[in-house]
Design a protein around this ligand. Structure first.
Ligand code: WTA
Length: 637
């Protein structure tokens, strides 16, 4: 057995689960023995959900990169750590062995140091999906700096907000990024962002697309030049900064139901143990397997299951720069064949979109290497599940439906591939250490099976968030105050007769569009920035491919030369303020919004209208202006 803690039978899972509930400290201490520590912990767990304060492996000292790199360099230096597949199939792929990745991380750690980075600094990373992104992330961890990766699809304004919130002093970026047949001018977007970010002293720029960029004296430097300086000195090692278990490892911004995105904070030891444990067990990773997680490292899935989970397990992680549908819808299958992928982990949105292209793009592709399939990010409908099972897994690959969140660090609820039973559209059972409860609106715990409610956790797991950066109170109110002594996920959930969990979707004002979280308040604020917009309300509606589509109701008192033109202008505003991923699918102009007498928008009604459920709108008599509902229905898109 490659990993002593790999659960290989249903019985082993049940036993481990039992132990993790009865004696969590003993359970996690045993697991933690499998890592490299500079000093072991004094105490496994100390916690309360009131403040909240959660500490795992208190007193331990480590550097996560020694676990992701050094220990594998000693035992398997020539095993591929990262296999990289470029956007363009005609460009050569790259392989970095553990030894090569180690050296590159160490070199870039020197570059960061040479540019003034210190332990505890916040470093913003805005890069394409190239190996240097993973290298930059790991180099931050090597020197004890806190990385804040921002997805390449976010706008200058969004980046500026994130940089300011975390007071980053360094930005690592590239000239541009390739995505399908488009290229994105990353550096130019960073230049715009930095007009309002005096904390940033250095920008390190990788060459990727070779488009012209402006390089500001003193502030900007080229990645390649900086590496050359390090190489000239012959430096291939970098002594890791020794971190405390609970030192911050990274910040990752995510949208909530109110206000601006929050910086979710993860810490070194617990996150490492959690991503590793869940990676090894959920996917049943075997040494030599090629693991292909199709997410971007700009999202938590990429952090946990491209970088930290796989590398801490000595696995081979495949990183793909492009998109599933370019040059054609066979791109994923071509990659699976070319790199003999064993584990494929993707989003339901990608599956549904590829389904739409039919079976031709799969024909002739050899998918025999596949052993395990996974999904993440949103509920998977049964139709997509069966399509994935039949056409990709050929009915011989278990599918793991992994439920988790940016805040949870790694998977909390999932079947274990080929070990515990799958059930289409169910995430199934909690992983060891995870104690889900369902509660009703009042916070009463709903016992028994065949019930549904709001999903909460009653006990900490090592990978949970510790705070929201710079605002602990926001962490408390968002996650720990709705229900006393519980972590509230924001998701609705049902538990079937056998105790399997099925996540039904968000119960707060957060949309899940193509597996990406969009806060309705944040999006409304962006739309309201457009001149002429008086007010707006955003709701989600079922969308065949994206899971949820975005429906905007907008009160506009500017002058339309043409409504479609105004729609495009509004989309442009959203693209500037948040990013293209938040553009509404539908924009309906309305003369008013359904509001209660106290001025609250009745989203329930708008949601029903957007969904096309016009029969059961519920009581509209308490509205300030009940007539407005008729008008909105009449002009529905
Ligand atoms: C949703 C992504 C159903 C859920 C890892 C959650 C899912 C939000 C699943 C977190 C799943 C994630 N089944 N819904 N398997 N996985 N979700 O933070 O609503 O980007 O709260 O983390 O995605 O999204 P986030």
């Amino acid at each position: 057995m490659a990993y002593s803690y790999q659960l290989e039978t249903d019985e082993a899972y049940r036993k481990a689960y039992q132990k993790s509930i009865e004696t969590p400290e003993l359970f996690w201490a045993d697991i933690a023995e499998n890592f490299r520590w500079r000093k072991k912990w004094d105490e496994v767990l100390r916690w309360n959900f009131k403040e909240p304060k959660v500490e795992w492996f208190r007193g331990a000292k480590l550097n996560i990169t020694e676990n992701c790199l050094d220990r594998w360099v000693e035992t398997q230096p020539d095993i591929p750590a990262i296999v990289w597949e470029p956007n363009d199939p005609d460009e050569a792929s790259r392989i970095l062995t553990y030894k090569e990745l180690y050296e590159k991380v160490c070199q870039f750690a020197h570059v960061l140091k040479n540019n003034g980075a210190k332990r505890g600094d916040r470093i913003c990373i805005y890069m394409p999906m190239v190996p240097e992104l993973a290298i930059a992330v790991l180099a931050c961890a090597r020197i004890g700096a806190i990385h804040s990766v921002v997805f390449g699809g976010f706008s200058a304004q969004s980046i500026a907000d994130r940089i300011q919130d975390a007071q980053c002093n360094i930005v690592v970026t590239a000239d541009g990024a390739y995505r399908g047949n488009k290229s994105i001018p990353l550096k130019s977007i960073i230049d715009d962002a930095l007009c309002n970010c005096p904390s940033v002293k250095k920008v390190i720029v990788l060459t990727r697309t070779s488009i012209p960029v402006s390089m500001m004296k003193e502030r900007d430097c080229w990645w390649e030049d900086e590496i050359k300086k390090v190489e000239e000195k012959g430096l291939k090692n970098f002594e890791p900064e020794i971190m405390e278990a609970e030192d911050m490892l990274f910040i990752l911004y995510t949208s909530g139901s109110t206000g601006k995105p929050k910086g979710v904070v993860h810490t070194c030891a617990g996150y490492m143990v959690w991503t590793n444990y869940t990676f090894v067990n959920v996917f049943q990773y075997q040494p030599g397997d090629v693991h292909f997680c199709t997410a971007d490292i700009g999202w938590v899935t990429g952090h946990s299951y491209i970088v930290y989970g796989p590398l801490s397990a000595g696995a081979t992680s495949l990183m793909f720069e492009g998109i599933p549908t370019w040059p054609d819808a066979g791109r994923f299958w071509e990659i699976v064949e070319k790199h003999k992928v064993n584990i494929l982990y993707t989003a339901p949105t990608a599956i549904r979109s590829l389904m739409g292209f039919g079976l031709d793009s799969i024909k002739g592709k050899n998918l025999d290497s596949l052993k395990v399939l996974g999904t993440v990010g949103e509920p998977i409908n049964e139709e997509a599940w069966h399509w994935y099972d039949e056409n990709i897994g050929k009915r011989k690959c278990p599918i793991v439906d992994t439920w988790w969140q940016t805040e949870t660090g790694g998977t909390l609820i999932s079947n274990l591939a080929g070990v515990t039973k799958a059930k289409p559209s169910f995430a199934t059972l909690p992983l060891p250490g995870v104690q889900p409860v369902l509660v009703d609106e009042k916070g009463n715990v709903i016992e028994g099976n065949g019930v549904s409610g709001n999903l909460c956790m009653r006990f900490p797991w090592p990978g949970m968030l510790r705070t929201t950066y710079g605002d602990h109170e926001r962490c408390r109110t968002t996650y720990f105050s709705t229900y006393e002594n519980l972590y509230f996920t924001g998701d609705g959930c049902l538990r079937d007769e056998e105790g399997n969990y099925r996540i039904t979707g968000r119960v707060d004002d957060v949309l899940n569009v193509s597996g990406h979280r969009i806060g309705t308040a944040e999006l409304e604020n962006a739309i309201n920035m457009h001149t002429g917009v008086v007010e707006s309300a955003i709701v989600g509606y079922p969308h065949d491919i994206k899971g949820q589509g975005i429906y905007a109701f907008v009160i506009f008192n500017g002058i339309h030369t043409d409504e479609n033109h105004t729609r495009q202008d509004i989309n442009q505003t959203v693209t500037k303020i948040i990013g293209a991923i938040a553009k509404p699918d539908k924009i309906q102009f309305v003369s008013g919004l359904p509001k209660t007498r106290s001025g609250k928008i009745m989203r329930r009604i708008l949601r029903k209208i957007a969904e096309g459920e016009l029969q059961n709108l519920g009581d509209t008599t308490t509205l300030l202006d009940p007539m407005i509902v008729e008008e909105i229905i009449a002009n529905r898109l």
